[in-house]
Design a binder for this molecule. Structure first.
Ligand SMILES: Cc1ncc(COP(=O)(O)O)c(C=O)c1O
Length: 396
């Protein structure tokens, strides 16, 4: 029972979080979000969404969602293995397999679910799993749920990964998992080297490319394409919640046997309702029309990213990342990060400051995310505001 004593304990926990700056305040958004967003009644330039290609505002995509809503209603009121599945979900799974050149695909209501429902299906006691220390929370949780021996290798450290693979050579199965793009830095994993190590030591490779899909590689197939392992990867997980539309929904794609097993045993698939048809309809439109309608937007995204980064570097800002649209403005100082975010908000920019424990101690930053849909006028306004605020706070 939540009695008064328990309530006070919880209130104290919240107060401690507030004191240490760890308490997250969620903003209230009004109306339709886009590169301009109304936050708590104020119109701001949105620089913190994963809307890399600007797809979430595309009329044809919204229309596809409306059509699916009309045809299929809200959903099936059940998990897939009980009532069944719609032909729309099936079509989407096939379209994703075709898009990546994989054998089969399984949909989840989020990539978080795809990751937490993956490892315990494939691994058991006597197996070993190797995870980059900066992997996303959903991978960490998925790893926790499986009974394999856990190895956490230092970020991007190939020597350590290889040492661990050798140490676990007696394991029945070995599986390496990494983010394709590390979201706090926009840094791309060394997938070519990881793949070579997996081949050498007979390990399965899983890549979560939530921030890479649609954004990286010549044809937008993501970090796996950028690093030359498209078509050679065992298992890919990704999301529709970022570049591919923004609504939500995730998937695992790869070898047929893996997907067959997931349909039988993946708990986040078996015991949860399927993706809302409206989202599946929008996602199907994006995937089927990607090459013709959305891939060309990648050029605009690159142009915007290079423009923004060049101007900020000229102003004297230190930036993290590189070629990805995630542009971390490094202040290295937690209070300064938060002060900069507050100043920018006053200047009409919607940005979020990240401090420990979301990023390592002393690595505070504002994470700007550029979109192909940002206009030059919006980027220029952001640059002017960053100059003013940066000088005021003596960051530049
Ligand atoms: C690397 C990575 N994996 C998974 C997720 C979760 O994706 P979804 O919103 O589809 O659950 C995120 C979202 O922040 C992410 O950055």
């Amino acid at each position: 029972m939540i009695n008064d004593k328990l309530k006070i304990e919880m209130q104290n926990e919240i107060a401690t979080m507030k004191q240490s700056g760890l308490f997250k305040t969620e903003k209230t958004i009004q109306g339709r979000p886009g590169t301009e967003i109304k936050v708590d009644g104020k119109k701001l330039i949105n620089l913190c969404a994963n809307n890399y290609l600007g797809i979430s505002q595309q009329k044809k995509v919204i229309k596809a969602a409306q059509k699916a809503l009309k045809e299929y209603s809200l959903g099936l009121n059940s998990v897939r293995f009980i009532v069944g599945t719609t032909d729309l979900h099936k079509k989407l799974e096939s379209a994703i397999s075709k898009f990546f050149g994989t054998e089969d695909t399984i949909l989840y209501t989020s990539c978080f679910d795809a990751n937490t429902g993956l490892f315990e299906v494939l691994l058991a006691e006597g197996d070993a799993i190797f995870s980059d220390e900066l992997n996303h929370a959903s991978i960490i949780d998925g790893v926790r749920l499986c009974k394999a021996e856990r190895f956490r290798f230092a970020h991007n450290n190939m020597e350590e990964l290889e040492k661990q693979l050798i140490e676990a050579k007696g394991a029945r199965r070995r599986l390496v998992v990494t983010d394709g793009v590390f979201s706090m830095d926009g840094e791309i994993a060394k997938l070519d080297e990881i793949k070579a190590l997996c081949d050498k030591h007979d390990a399965i490779l899983v890549v979560d490319d939530s921030h890479g899909t649609g954004v990286l590689g010549k044809t937008g197939r993501g970090s796996i394409e950028e690093k030359g392992i498209l078509g050679k990867l065992d298992i890919l997980t990704s999301t529709f919640g970022k570049a591919l539309g923004g609504a939500g929904g995730g998937f695992t794609t790869g070898k047929k046997e893996v997907v067959d097993l997931l349909r039988q045993r993946s708990r986040t698939y078996l015991f949860s309702n399927s993706l809302m048809p409206a989202i599946a309809g929008a996602a199907l439109y994006v995937i089927e029309h990607f090459n013709k309608e959305f891939l060309p937007l990648k050029n605009k995204l690159t142009e915007n990213t290079v423009y923004f980064r060049t101007k900020l570097e000229k102003l004297g800002y230190t930036l993290g990342g590189g070629s990805h649209a995630i542009t971390p403005i490094m202040t290295m100082d937690e209070p300064k990060t938060m002060a900069l975010a507050d100043e920018l908000l006053k200047e009409g920019l919607y940005v979020r400051g990240f401090a420990y424990p979301v990023v390592p101690k002393g690595k505070g930053r504002i994470r700007v995310q550029i979109s192909a849909a940002h206009t030059k006028k919006q980027l220029d306004k952001a640059i002017v505001a960053l100059e003013k605020a940066g000088k005021k706070l003596q960051i530049i």
